[in-house]
Design a protein around this ligand. Structure first.
Ligand SMILES: Nc1ncnc2c1ncn2[C@@H]1O[C@H](COP(=O)(O)OP(=O)(O)OP(=O)(O)O)[C@@H](O)[C@H]1O
Ligand SMILES: [Mg+2]
Length: 500
């Protein structure tokens, strides 16, 4: 009988032995009919068999790999039973229906270390962990979906839909203006541009702040640090730069700041004009460290997308120190030994990776000019993050507490600040005038005590005489009210007018 079946089925298309592939109008397929069995009985037997198969299908679950949570200690979770690459995303469904998303941040033998993106309350021992597959790219968008680590990284919305919007580190809107409706998704960790392919910094960028335009001229594609202690006016200065800079798009990353400050920055400092052309990513201090790290990477990914469209992008990150602190929290939680001032070595490896993603794109393409704030108290040169940042950025603007206390805003200490790109992008008369102003300002500061007690006799030092004569005008030149914009041309005219 079996041979008869085989003989019959040989003439059918492959896989059709049970008639499972008969597509004709959803009818039950005609089955091979052995000669000796009455046709009705045979059909009935097969129908019943197929009915059983059908009902079994209700209980079948598509196969999905999963692991189990074995430990939750502080910030970090441990999971066994999965083989995932570092940087992969996974999800842990809880009994209440909520899912906790997490990222693989390390492993030890068979144990994976997971860092959650939200609160871990509700996870029980043995909770199942499912890997999240990166979304499959649209045809034609990526040549080899899994070729690079960045393709496995989390993809988040980017593009014009984010302008005027405020999102969190996972791309969820925080502003209550409804879904983003973004057309494009991009991986949050991208490779930096090959340094040899990068366009050099050749153009100046007008930031609308007189002291910076004239004394610390910023180049398009430059990466600067804003070094200051707390409450010295970093956010206000960044807000002025955001509103007045001649850039196509502004991307703001508010990382690890106080929640109250996020609202203040968006509503008061950025204002409606600045906000309309800005995309804001906010990961405040109370969000988990992974979200703070991801927020910074996401803001950079948004900027990269606009740069790749050929736009001139201004990226503002407040603050780089809090980003480093988030990485410190994660690294210490998974057992990395602390090195300098409690910062594990991975922190110092992560900083340049983030910063190097900003800058100019390919020749003739767009650019990302970036400002990163760095917390540094007074003249504490020992702070390892400030030290590391100074080395990887193309310039630093130092804000001084004494100036702020004296009501000198923006409290830029022009003696300590430097723009490394300025020399290559400004004219010689501009450089001479800036150097002259710096000399006079410096000379006055050094003799300040003598002058104030009347111990200096005018006429004994011609340079100091000029410094004293011009001091009030120099101070006024370096100060600027928040609502005033001073463009590049005006800044240079006023600078040269000081010495006429
Ligand atoms: N250009 C300015 N003109 C007038 N006042 C200013 C100016 N810049 C800053 N201030 C004053 O300094 C205060 C602190 O500024 P800001 O919030 O920018 O400091 P911060 O360095 O960002 O502080 P934090 O470290 O707490 O984030 C402001 O509330 C404001 O009163
Ligand atoms: Mg601030």
């Amino acid at each position: 009988m079996q041979s008869r079946y085989r003989h019959q089925s040989d003439r059918r298309p492959a896989g059709d032995a049970l008639g499972t592939h008969d597509a004709r109008a959803g009818q039950r397929p005609r089955l091979a009919r052995p000669v000796s069995v009455p046709p009705d009985r045979h059909t009935a037997r097969w129908k019943s068999y197929l009915r059983d198969c059908d009902s079994l299908l209700d209980f079948v679950e598509p196969m999905q790999v999963s692991g189990r949570v074995t430990r939750v200690a502080g910030l970090v979770m441990e999971c066994v039973g999965l083989r995932l690459a570092v940087g992969s995303a996974c999800t842990i469904p809880m009994a209440n229906g909520i899912r906790v998303e997490a990222e693989v941040v390390g492993f030890d033998g068979d144990r994976l270390f997971l860092m959650p993106q939200s609160d871990v309350e509700g996870i029980v021992p043995g909770s199942r962990v499912f890997p999240i597959e990166a979304s499959v790219p649209k045809p034609g968008s990526v040549a080899h979906p899994r070729r690079r680590p960045s393709d496995r990284a989390r993809h988040l919305p980017v593009g014009d839909a984010l302008l005027g919007r405020v999102v969190d580190g996972a791309g969820r809107p925080l502003d209550g203006l409804g879904p983003l409706g973004a057309q494009h998704m991009a991986p949050i960790s991208a490779r930096p541009v090959n340094p040899l392919d990068r366009a050099p910094i050749t153009e100046t960028l007008d930031v609308g702040v007189r002291a910076i335009n004239s004394m610390l001229t910023v180049g398009r594609g430059q990466r600067l640090g804003l070094f200051a202690g707390t409450g010295v006016g970093k956010s206000v200065l960044l807000g002025m730069i955001a509103r007045y800079t001649t850039a196509d798009v502004i991307v703001v990353g508010l990382i690890g700041e106080r929640g109250r400050e996020v609202k203040e920055f968006i509503e008061q400092i950025l204002g409606p004009v600045g906000r309309a052309r800005s995309a804001v990513v906010a990961a405040p201090a109370d969000s988990p460290p992974l979200m703070r790290l991801q927020g910074a990477a996401y803001a950079t990914a948004i900027a990269e997308h606009f740069r790749d469209e050929g736009k001139s992008v201004l990226l503002i990150m407040d603050s780089l120190t809090r980003y480093a602190m988030a990485q410190r929290e994660i690294a210490l939680a998974i057992g990395e030994p602390p090195a300098t001032k409690g910062y594990p070595p991975s922190v110092f490896a992560k900083l340049p990776v983030l910063v190097e993603r900003a800058g100019n794109g390919l020749e003739g393409g767009g650019s990302i000019t970036a400002f990163y704030t760095v917390l540094s108290e007074g003249d504490d040169q020992q702070d390892p993050i400030a030290d590391a940042a100074r080395g990887i950025l193309d310039g630093h603007i130092v804000l001084d507490r004494h100036l702020a206390e004296a009501g000198h805003y923006p409290a830029i200490d022009i003696e300590q600040s430097i723009s490394r790109a300025m020399h290559g992008i400004t004219s010689t008369p501009h450089q001479h005038a800036a150097r002259r102003l710096k000399q006079l300002y410096s000379r006055y500061q050094r003799s300040r005590d003598l002058i104030s007690v009347g111990a200096y006799a005018p006429g004994s030092d011609p340079v100091l005489d000029q410094a004293i004569a011009l001091h009030d005008r120099i101070e006024a030149f370096l100060c600027q009210e928040i609502p005033d914009k001073v463009d590049m041309q005006e800044s240079l005219t006023q600078l040269t007018a000081l010495f006429e």
